[in-house]
Design a protein around this ligand. Structure first.
Ligand code: NMX
Ligand code: MLT
Length: 438
């Protein structure tokens, strides 16, 4: 923890003067106008948030601290000499410090995470008592809330002795614990819902993601550990405006602690237009596969399925994006993995056919701004190949990963002393009275 703290502090000291100068000398500079459509259109395109950890380019995709995901995958330490996947906990280090950790630093981070991973009895009791048909994301959000009394930030704030300049230290402390606890919590929910509560003990010799895959207990292969590592690395962060990151940031801006904030973020991730799309997408693929009696679909058949989905008033899950304007690079990385490891899997073949059939259908609507697939169009397909085919659980895996980005951001928000978030809202009458009708 001391090493991590030292590195974060050093980076903040390096970046601090430019930030202060911006505030002092360019605080009134314009970043563009706000149009009526931006106001009524989900704030799309308004630059009104600072998120230090990553930046999304509509064409190129996400960069973690300036590095593309391909670069992260290459440069981040690996679990073994044979693995080609950058470790997600190493991306946590990168998001926090702007440095690629050494193997020794990742090992020390994993030891720290293992030490913090124990769930209090109050949490295990609560989770074990929940109805098995309660959605796993609801259970995860409740589990995170049940951990809130352990928050170091909350305790120190209450004691009245914590200085504003020390907020980030306690947020970092909580962030490490939350990231450590979320994987056993998520695994416990999985084993309760799908395996009658037969739990698999953690293996402290494994890395964070490898151990999570191990505790899920559906597949003992190194390949399943690797796809889990890849999934968790790719979904860690997607700048600050997506629903889960923005919600976590908003709630945290009221100085709610990391558990309260991330539980709220998880609730946003559970929506079908955001993280739940991975569950919906696999369900859509499975339905299509079953309706076709398991045979390989023609493009014409898929075009009809896609049109029927639109006609029934539903979105096609896994396609489109609020910012991206081409195929999500996270989709392409998963596709490369699938190509290399299970090119003949029927659902992968179906997903590939969808890649050809669906974009023209969406383009033909004339309104969809990005007809290309996003990350959720393939993540479930990758997981089901390794026996994780309980699609209602998929968004939990997303949430385990997104904790890395949301928590890193929260540390930086408190470090920069960002204020409570409070954008201005207006009424439709106000808009009517303020536009130029001439
Ligand atoms: N299927 C059907 N209609 C769509 C789709 C789609 N995949 N994508 C966009 N549209 C519609 C959208 O509903 C809107 O219709 P209307 O004007 O009638 O309300 C219109 O096209 C314009 O929307 P856009 O400006 O292109 O997209 P927006 O930024 O509003 O929304 C998503 C972005 C991601 C919410 C949207 O593309 C969508 O609903 N996709 C399917 C769900 C999905 O895959 N979500 C996962 C996103 C990634 N993630 O992990 O969070
Ligand atoms: C994400 O990873 O959060 C999604 O792609 C949604 C987004 O960026 O808006």
């Amino acid at each position: 923890v001391a090493t991590l703290q030292g590195k974060i502090k050093a980076l903040a000291e390096k970046k601090g003067p430019a930030f202060q100068k911006l505030k002092k000398e360019h605080g009134d500079d314009s970043l563009g106008e706000v149009t009526v459509n931006m106001c009524i259109g989900g704030a799309r395109g308004i630059k009104c948030l600072v998120s230090e950890t990553s930046l999304l380019d509509p064409m190129e995709g996400i960069r973690y601290r300036g590095r593309t995901l391909e670069e992260c995958n290459q440069q981040l330490p690996k679990a073994s000499a044979t693995s080609k996947v950058g470790l997600p906990e190493a991306s946590f280090w990168l998001l926090l410090t702007d440095e690629i950790p050494t193997d020794a630093e990742v090992k020390a981070l994993n030891e720290e995470l293992h030490k913090r991973a124990t769930l209090p009895e109050s949490t295990t009791k609560l989770i074990d008592s929940l109805p098995k048909d309660m959605h796993p994301m609801t259970q995860l959000s409740m589990g995170l809330l049940s951990l809130q009394p352990t928050s170091s930030f909350q305790k120190n704030y209450r004691s009245g002795t914590m200085k504003k300049t020390d907020y980030w230290v306690h947020v970092l402390d909580d962030s490490l614990s939350l990231v450590a606890q979320i994987s056993p919590l998520a695994a416990r929910i999985f084993r309760n819902v799908y395996f009658d509560g037969k739990h698999i003990p953690a293996d402290p010799s494994l890395d964070w993601a490898g151990n999570y895959a191990h505790m899920l207990g559906v597949n003992n292969s190194e390949a399943f550990k690797d796809i889990t590592r890849l999934y968790l690395m790719l979904h860690a962060d997607h700048e600050g405006g997506n629903v889960s990151a923005h919600t976590t940031h908003l709630v945290g801006s009221a100085l709610s602690d990391p558990y309260l904030s991330y539980s709220a973020g998880v609730n946003g991730l559970a929506g079908p237009l955001h993280g739940l799309a991975n569950q919906e997408c696999l369900r859509w693929l499975k339905n299509t596969h079953a309706t076709l009696g398991g045979k390989e679909p023609t493009i014409d058949e898929l075009t009809k399925f896609a049109k029927d989905t639109l006609a029934s008033g539903k979105v096609i899950p896994g396609f489109g994006h609020g910012v991206l304007r081409k195929t999500d690079p996270r989709y392409m990385i998963q596709r490369d993995f699938a190509e290399a490891n299970f090119p003949d899997d029927p659902l992968f073949k179906l997903a590939n056919a969808c890649y050809k059939a669906i974009p023209p259908v969406l383009e033909a609507t004339g309104k969809v701004k990005n007809p290309w697939p996003n990350v959720d169009a393939l993540s479930g397909t990758c997981m089901q190949y390794y026996n994780l085919d309980q699609e209602d659980y998929y968004t939990v895996v997303f949430a385990v990963s997104r904790s890395l980005g949301c928590m890193s951001n929260m540390v930086w928000s408190r470090l920069m002393g960002l204020p409570i978030e409070r954008p201005k809202s207006v009424t439709v009458d106000w808009l009517v009275n303020h536009v130029d009708w001439s």
